[in-house]
Design a protein around this ligand. Sequence first.
Ligand code: ZN
Length: 365
Amino acid sequence: MAEHCTNDRQPTFNKPKVELHVHLDGAIRIETILDVAKRRGISLPVDTVPALKDICTVSKPATLTEFLGKFNEYMHVIAGDRKAIKRIAYEFVETKAKEGVAYVEVRYSPHFLANTGVEPLPWDQKEGDITPDEVVRLVNEGLSEGEKAFKIKARSILCCMRHMPNWSMDVVELCKKYRNDGVVAIDLAGDESMNCEAYPGHRKAYEEAVKCGIHRTVHAGEVGPPSVVEEAVDVLKAERIGHGYHTVKDPILYSRLLKDNMHFEVCPVSSKLTGACDPDFTKHPLIRFKEDKANFSLNTDDPLIFDSTLDTDYETVKKYMGFTEEDFKKLNINAAQASFLPEKEKKDLLNLLYEAYDMVCSTGL
Ligand SMILES: [Zn+2]
């Protein structure tokens, strides 16, 4: 990009932001992957930042297989290594602080970073001694040290994977175990063509989450049809929907969710590059969401793979969908309200935003 240097530019929305949908393992720094590979003696096909970036990112709309293949390029470097797992969590908080995020909920599958107590072992790893439980502890430590160092708030969401229903009960148990240590919710990610009728492990895990008061979000209606969203809401009792773009194809369901003020975690750049939505942003379902005053947030999803920052998403919707400063304030307040923080902390976060947005009521006494 020779024409201008984007680093010197002011962010599109230069005020505190809330991000609710971003994957820890899709937000690792290229430099860190290279560094850890060197330390562990793992050989990668290339050894420079630009060359590895080239391998790990998608720059034009891809298929789901191409997209998922990107994780194969680097996850074996980070998984099964205590220092690396803690480091990516810590660095994640630093990155978000630099992007002007005041509060972030970051999600990941503990099983994808473990090298024992997980069947099958992911990323062709050799059996080791890091369980999914220890992964959660390491991430919690990294996030909590990052919070102290960079003065923002970070919480985590643990992901079930659609193709691995046998992991899901573990995931909800980890949510319960670490609910007072930074874990705020359960998620279900992966290939939406695998519904929960055929894979009851997820349904059981979500039932347990409901029973124990664990918050719930579900990836649904990203690539899949509205029926996946309906299942997320009716069967899994999702309180937020990850993406949800294709909900608009079912007018009855869509108007019901609008009425219920369902929160949609919208990821504009991601939705183009994964092929979830028409690559023409002027036809994006987010325009409909905005017109209908739906409840939504703006999120990066997997910034490593999309070679993006949160500002890329804000810039995109400003440029192609006419989002204004007022729209940005409104959607961040919606995001704070839809966050999985306890009520008192949510109130504090909202007050922080109101103040930064000059929306304080004159009740100073
Ligand atoms: Zn996602």
